[in-house]
Design a protein around this ligand. Structure first.
Ligand code: ATP
Length: 423
């Protein structure tokens, strides 16, 4: 018999990581002779959730077992031994779902869509559990049940892969020993089949976390042999083990198209079309803001300081540029992840005409007297209108890898024209 296991909310900013804990569970299940079907899944949910630790990730995997009890016992003991249960905001949850229960799987699919795009209440998770008689484990408030159910219910029509190396426990919280240059070489060798390993422009190794969790580094991409190749090129401290996850990282599954909604809400992420109202402005700290006119009214958009050179694109926007913006709404402002410039407005300037004889710019001949060339004595009565060259082009622009959200789709994965990739 096969069984889906979903787990979430085992970590805290002080340590641990739900993927690590899931791998500990998988190892223990395998030691007991049970086999895991395929890769485990690392599922990123609504990235705006206020109580997330970091990237709002949950994990699910499928195990072959004749008994729910054995699997539940292993999951329970690994969570009790490893989860950051003393931390206020760590509220683990685990669920065990029969993949042949079509009604449960359908309902969890719908639940997962909401967990990706909206805010879900713990009561809704508990009523789904009750309605479909789902086996579960909860600790403290059990808020992790939300992510655990969603990680089981999600369909990965689009997916990517991440291969993660985990540190030995005695090194948790210490500085990671890694050869940074090896990540740049690995990127050169395997991009675009791997991506977001490093940020060349900002000189950041983005595949190595800064937090005290057990992850040493993770290589992301679309092609497993390229990921393995890049992974094999990394020089680092010895690590305990590694695991490849199938994931919805880099898929934009959190985004809601404007055609699907009647109003915009905070803690939701959108694709919105609109015209720039007036030139963007820069505020203290280097954050850039502007407004667009959309079918919902005027909406504020932001490119915060960490989005680095993306802000240089935004500051080039002018009134009437037509855009699609991609990003999450918080404090009534869309925090941009990328933009699609659909139509650049013309910037027209009036100038004195050029002399048809010598080509020099004419000067005013006096009030209402038109223009003249002092040297050639030519005359003209009309100003000329010139279209200024724009420093940006129509097409897609995105934040650089160092500012990318786990779930955001990098342009390198998008099959679109006119991509401007920051690497
Ligand atoms: P990490 O990425 O390191 O595993 P995290 O950022 O995933 O950490 P969690 O500790 O898992 O953070 O906390 C996220 C919490 O939010 C979990 O309890 C999860 O069940 C819950 N959650 C996830 N998505 C939603 C949602 N859409 N609505 C409400 N709660 C959610």
């Amino acid at each position: 018999m096969k069984l889906w296991v979903g787990i979430d909310d085992t970590d805290s900013p002080q340590g641990m990581c739900t993927t690590y804990l899931a791998v500990l569970i998988i190892k223990e299940l395998e030691e007991r002779g049970l086999s895991i079907t395929g890769f485990p899944r690392l599922i990123r949910l609504n990235p705006t959730i206020p109580f997330k630790t970091r990237g709002n990730g949950a994990v699910s995997f499928m195990v072959e077992s004749d008994s729910y009890d054995v699997v539940k016992d292993v999951v329970d003991s690994v969570i009790r031994r490893n989860a950051m249960l003393d931390h206020d905001s760590t509220n683990p949850g685990a669920v065990f779902v029969n993949p042949d229960d079509d009604a449960a799987i359908d309902s969890l699919f719908r639940f997962s869509q909401r967990a990706l795009k909206e805010i879900v209440m713990i009561d809704e998770a508990k009523s789904a559990i009750k309605e479909h008689k789902i086996e579960y484990l909860e600790y403290k408030t059990g808020r992790g049940l939300i992510g655990a159910l969603a990680a089981v219910g999600i369909h990965l029509n689009d997916f990517t892969l991440e291969k993660i190396a985990y540190r030995s426990p005695e090194r948790f919280g210490t500085e990671r020993e890694i050869d940074e240059e090896a990540f740049y070489t690995a990127d050169l060798q395997t991009y675009p089949d791997t991506w977001d390993t490093v940020d060349w422009h900002n000189r950041v190794v983005v595949s190595v976390p800064n937090s005290p969790d057990p992850v040493l580094f993770g290589i992301r991409g679309d092609n497993i042999s390229a990921i393995d190749e890049a992974f094999g090129m990394i020089e680092s401290e010895p690590f305990d083990f590694q695991m490849t996850f199938v994931t919805n990282q880099g898929t934009d599954m959190h985004l809601i198209d404007e055609s699907e909604v009647r109003e915009l809400k905070n803690y939701h992420s959108y694709i919105l079309k609109g015209e720039v109202v007036k030139k963007p402005f820069i505020e203290e700290g280097g954050h850039v803001f502007f407004f667009i006119r959309t079918r919902f009214g005027v909406v504020k958009c932001s490119a915060f300081e960490p989005t680095k050179q993306f802000r240089n694109i935004i500051t080039e926007l002018v009134e009437d540029d037509l855009l699609k913006v991609y990003g999450s709404m918080k404090k009534d402002t869309v925090n941009l992840e990328k933009i699609h410039i659909l139509k650049l407005a013309d910037i027209l300037v009036e100038e004195n005409p050029l002399c048809p004889s010598c080509g020099k710019r004419m000067e005013s001949a006096g009030k209402n007297q038109g223009f003249r060339c002092r040297k050639c004595k030519t005359k003209s009565y009309e100003k000329v209108i010139r279209k200024l060259k724009r420093e940006i082009e129509e097409g897609f622009y995105e934040v650089p890898p160092c500012a990318r959200r786990h779930i955001s789709k990098p342009l390198v994965r998008m099959d679109v024209e006119n991509k401007h990739i920051f690497r």
